[in-house]
Design a protein around this ligand. Sequence first.
Ligand code: CO
Length: 461
Amino acid sequence: MVRVVDLTLRDAHQSLIATRFKTEDMVPILDKIDKVGFYAIEMWGGATFDVMVRYLREDPWERLKIIRERVKKTKLMMLLRGQNLVGYRHYPDDVVEKFVEYAYRDGIDIFRVFDALNDVRNMRTSIKKAKSLGATVQGTITYTISPVHTIEHYLKIAEELVALEVDHLTIKDMAGILDPYTGYNLVKAIKEEFKVPVDVHCHFTGGLAVATYIKVVEAGADFIDTAISPLAFGTSHPSIQTMYYSLPPEHRPSVDLDVVREISEYLGKVLFSKYRELLDVRVFMPDPNVLEHQIPGGMISNFLAQLKQVGAEDKLKDVLEEVKRVREDLGWPPLVTPASQIVGAQAVLNVLYGRYQVVAKETYNYVKGLYGRPPAPVKREVVEIVLKGDKPIESRPADLLDPMYEKCRSEVSNKGFYAKEEDVLTYCLFPDVAVEFFKARLQTVASKTRDRDIWDEILGY
Ligand code: CO
């Protein structure tokens, strides 16, 4: 019997409605979600943290506590970008450790940890900290297709993760390009080599995920990741019902599909009333073209926007071809944040101005090794032209960073924003956005107090 991780409250709405699902709209169904029989729900991390602070003006730590209060049986999972936590750059170890500590303290049971380049050195600090607290850790292998990404290559990454005593291994197919038979062979190989449960996370983008899940379960996968419709399919994940009926009876998960239907009806109502303007038909449909060019849909719309700015929309085809070459030059990074942005931006520059005539700062930092070690070495001629004689670093990128937690702590206190220890972490991660968020929070508190004073006066208390 396969067990299920439900992604509705994190990846599903991140993939389909730009991560905008509000806590107030989650609360009414939390007790139902807790009753379905999921092994875990992924409900925090990834882009949710940034989007909440920046756009929803919600406190991510409060969401975590609210969900924890109401979801008592089911384990809570978060997606953690290794040394990047829930941000886009490397943070020093002291911040990483504190973040994991407070996420665990506020309710996270399972940390799913990944690194865009599969550089396990970037995952070590968070994995070790989570393990030391007693949390469950999923060590994640980011899946991509390239000449260097063979089964043996993935087995080496798995071996490094197992050496860190991760509880599960997760195969993360963010682009939706893992085909059923490669999935089968990959899971089979991992299960034969290691005695560690395997979770497979596929997006539906290429239309393959249902078939791939059937084959990976056949190969012995212990967990699959699904979502509840209408936040399923498209660039999200197969629905739980579809997977239930796709699997042979002996593998079907033990879930209450009546409760799933109730949640699904609720989500439908809320989405079509409150989130209507965010519903974009393009992300709700699979895009099989991704199987050919392997370029995530978000990247293509970025290219179009960038090319439009300089009046070069007709160059899109050249840029897509150049992406393949840049990816090869840079040692075949998986096209996931931040590598997708780096490869994409440099490909546009190469097409517009000639190959590496203009080098983006991010490309320089990547070649310098500041994001970690690429899957294969960067081509030597590209190292020379980009670094101009500079040498790439050999160490783990975070080894170059000074501790910053205490400094952030006194800044938050001095500015009068400190309400709880977690505020320091929000500030460490996104200093500018956090200040705006704290100011907005103070205003809300002030206006609420004022309202109360007025009512007190009117009512004569
Ligand atoms: Co995902």
